[in-house]
Design a protein around this ligand. Structure first.
Ligand code: CMC
Length: 376
């Protein structure tokens, strides 16, 4: 048995060809392409193709990938009927986790893990998850559901189903950049979860259901909601400094800062910061951006020496708010994108599988007597 590492810090637990991170230099690449290049030039569909195939598609391959995905936007009728029955008070991440699990009930071969079947399931989840989130949100708001429009790309279709009107090109592009930047990130907790589950040769639905459960936590994908709550708590830009200093003094964490791997500014935060600024200016939310920037400046002065910088969740909060998304949809947005990464890792794990089964260092007593219940 090797050394114990709390939280598996520093442990290399898988090989991947999907994303590369240099936490000291603040580098993230998908299949060798810097995230900034992809955020500038790619689309979410192309990025998922890249992650799943470890190369960029030709234009005909991209068209056929998009066509295949668009055929999966619509929900099986049983699943669609289920959505209006869900309590309107249900939290979207719990709803999404449950319905990804339920998708397996409509798959006649839910347990098949051969490469073609695994890809088909991955495509199903990638195509249907946005429909599930949008239809649930419309139902809980008492609005009629908007059926998916297969003539639209992933991001435009999602915003259309959510809002009932076609989004502007600028909003679609902003949302697509969020999807690209969140799609994959090495062996983060939820991706590790997905790989652990599939390593038992369970099934793609089980692996992604578990991954959604992991992502929800406030130390992981749930941090973007935490960031927005914090921004709402700070009355004005002038109050940001005192707020941050107070939290640091009480040893409380500032959501959207710090990362197990990055000890420099997360490159995704750099992309999203520029996007958040642009969108905030365009939508009359300049104050929100200014508040975020003020927090970043105080954190830079106070804790950057400890390697604590903004992570992906910090500026994605402002971005999602400016796109018009409700607070409890922020983490589901992370999930819609990360499905691309999770599924790619599941396929990668299946291609060269070995069961994950680490050891635990036993720290309890030995040779204890069994005391009969009446004498305890
Ligand atoms: N604010 C203030 N101090 C912090 C923060 C923060 N956000 N993050 C870490 N620290 C301090 C922490 O208090 C500790 O200080 P000390 O050594 O004096 O006790 C030190 O930095 C190490 O922190 P840690 O929690 O042991 O480090 P970790 O590698 O286990 O944590 C983390 C990584 C992401 C859980 C943590 O930075 C954190 O809780 N951040 C806030 C939540 C957040 O933004 N999560 C999103 C992560 S990125 C996207 C994703 O994964 O989904």
């Amino acid at each position: 048995m090797g050394e114990f590492s709390k939280g598996l810090e520093g442990v290399i637990a898988a090989e991947t060809e999907m994303s590369f991170i240099d936490g000291q230099k603040g580098v993230l690449e998908y299949v060798g392409i810097p995230i900034g290049e992809l955020a500038t030039h790619s689309t979410f569909e192309e990025t998922v193709f890249l992650l799943w195939n470890r190369r960029l598609p030709t234009s005909s391959e991209l068209e056929s990938f998009k066509g295949e995905l668009r055929k999966r936007y619509a929900l099986p009728s049983g699943l669609a009927r289920r959505i209006p029955e869900i309590p309107t008070t249900a939290q979207p991440m719990h709803m999404l986790r449950t319905l990804i699990s339920e998708m397996s009930l409509y798959d006649t071969h839910p347990n098949d893990n051969d490469p073609e079947q695994a890809r088909r399931k991955a495509m199903n989840i990638l195509g249907q998850a946005p429909t599930i989130v949008a239809q649930f949100d419309r139902c809980r708001r008492g609005l009629p559901v908007v059926e998916p429009d297969p003539s639209l790309g992933f991001s435009a279709n999602f915003l259309y189903m959510l809002n009932g009107e076609k989004p502007t090109d600028a909003m679609t592009r902003a949302f697509d950049i969020c999807m690209i930047t969140h799609a994959d990130h090495g062996l983060n907790n939820s991706t590790f979860t997905a790989r652990v589950v599939i390593s038992t040769l369970s099934d793609v639905y089980s692996a992604l259901t578990a991954a959604v459960g992991s992502l929800r936590g406030p130390l992981h994908g749930g941090a973007n909601e935490g960031v927005m709550k914090m921004l709402n708590e700070i009355p004005s830009v002038a109050d940001a400094e005192a707020y941050v200093l107070g939290k640091l003094e009480r040893k409380e964490k500032i959501m959207g800062f710090g990362h197990r791997v990055y000890k420099a500014k997360d490159p995704r935060a750099k992309e999203l910061m520029a996007l958040a600024k642009q969108l905030a200016d365009d939508t009359g939310n300049t104050d929100l951006y200014e508040k975020s920037h003020a927090i970043e400046r105080v954190m830079e002065r106070e804790v950057a020496a400890k390697g604590i910088y903004p992570n992906v969740d910090f500026y994605s909060a402002t971005t999602y708010h400016c796109i018009g998304l409700k607070l409890d949809l922020f983490t589901p947005m992370f999930a819609l994108s990360r499905i691309g990464g999770w599924a790619g890792h599941v396929i990668e794990q299946l291609s060269d599988n070995r069961l994950f089964r680490p050891g635990a260092k036993y720290v309890g007593p030995h040779d204890q007597p069994y005391v009969p219940i009446a004498q305890r």
